[in-house]
Design a protein around this ligand. Structure first.
Ligand code: ATP
Length: 313
């Protein structure tokens, strides 16, 4: 938190609302170094319990310019300044029905990650609307939206704290039984149980060094504790050994059951199973459909299929 507040306190001309900073911090821990760029409306209402329908309705988006950023860390201001701020998404429309898996595929820089960040309103759209459970994400409280959407990314952040505390970020007050259940479902219970300090093992930069596959499975355990209706998953491109990869896959298969998922897909098995595939190129949906239909259609999807997808699993 100090890391976040430090730069903010330096900006003496900015009225700093500590609560906003705290909300921002809460919102970034899964998504990594992404300060929230949005403000909650005074009349925001909690998102009612949702079955997880996600709708993009003619969404357009460009990243805010540095002079438009009212409350953000210096790091993000620098990032905004160093980038081209042209339109990154144009006229994106799709629906993920409750429980469906929507796969996003496309070349690097096409806008896939940006789409996933708009679901939890890490930024505001510049045109159209994003709706969760039928509610425009700008009309609901940030905390209730955060509770409804879980992120599993390739580089899940672990704090320099015990495994127990790292998992409790997902559900404060979770007891050890609940934590072990989540660890087991995430295919990492046996490994944690074999560590001399078990749940008290300190992980993170200066602690027990977790492998990429272990970090991913801990992130999945967090997700299971949080139990969101909607999951955003960025599939690993980094090479995991095949045992680790199989364990991560088993854990994910369990974690996604009954949830709506938006997956930045790199695996053939994922695109084959997806209810809907969106092919994103230069900020637009250029093709959409199921794997079989898209293959028959040819075009960019067929090219990506030949070059981009990991055949394993
Ligand atoms: P990859 O497959 O390489 O992860 P992607 O399809 O997920 O790419 P995005 O990360 O969504 O693509 O990026 C879409 C565009 O937005 C790119 O041109 C990128 O440079 C730009 N972009 C991403 N993040 C920011 C930011 N914070 N500020 C300004 N521009 C950004």
């Amino acid at each position: 938190l100090l890391r976040l507040l430090g730069p903010l306190q330096g900006l003496s001309n900015v009225r700093i609302d500590i609560m906003t900073a705290l909300v921002s911090f809460e919102r970034v821990f899964e998504v990594l170094d992404l300060p929230s760029m949005v403000q909650e409306r005074p009349d925001a209402v909690p998102l009612p319990p949702t079955a997880g329908r996600v709708e993009f309705d003619h969404v357009a988006f460009r990243y805010p310019r540095a002079d438009e950023v009212s409350l953000a860390s210096l790091e993000s201001v620098a990032r905004a300044e160093s980038r081209d701020t042209g339109e990154v998404l144009r006229d994106i429309s799709f629906v993920a029905e409750p429980g469906q898996m929507v796969a996003l595929v496309g070349p690097s820089g096409a806008g896939k990650t940006t789409i996933t960040h708009l679901v939890a309103r890490l930024y505001d759209v510049t045109g159209g609307a994003v709706r969760v459970g039928g509610h425009d994400v700008r009309e609901v409280t940030l905390q209730s939206l955060e509770d409804a959407v879980g992120y599993v990314t390739q580089d899940a952040h672990m704090f320099h704290e015990t495994i127990r505390e790292n998992l409790r970020y997902a559900r404060p007050g979770a007891d050890d039984d609940e934590i072990w259940t989540a660890l087991e479902a995430a295919q990492i219970g046996t490994l944690i149980a074999s560590l001399p300090d078990g749940l008290d093992t300190v992980v993170g930069d200066r602690g027990y060094r977790l492998s990429g596959g272990e970090r991913q499975r801990l992130a999945i355990a967090r997700l299971l504790l949080k139990a969101p209706a909607i999951v955003v998953l960025d599939e690993a491109t980094a090479h995991l050994d095949s045992e680790s990869e199989a364990a991560v896959q088993r854990a994910l298969d369990r974690a996604l059951v009954g949830r709506t998922s938006l997956v930045i897909a790199h695996r053939l098995s994922t695109i084959r199973n997806a209810d809907l595939i969106l092919v994103i190129d230069d900020g637009r949906v250029v093709q959409s459909g199921t794997h079989t239909a898209l293959l028959a259609e040819g075009g960019l999807y067929a090219d990506l299929y030949d070059t981009q997808f990991t055949r394993s699993a």
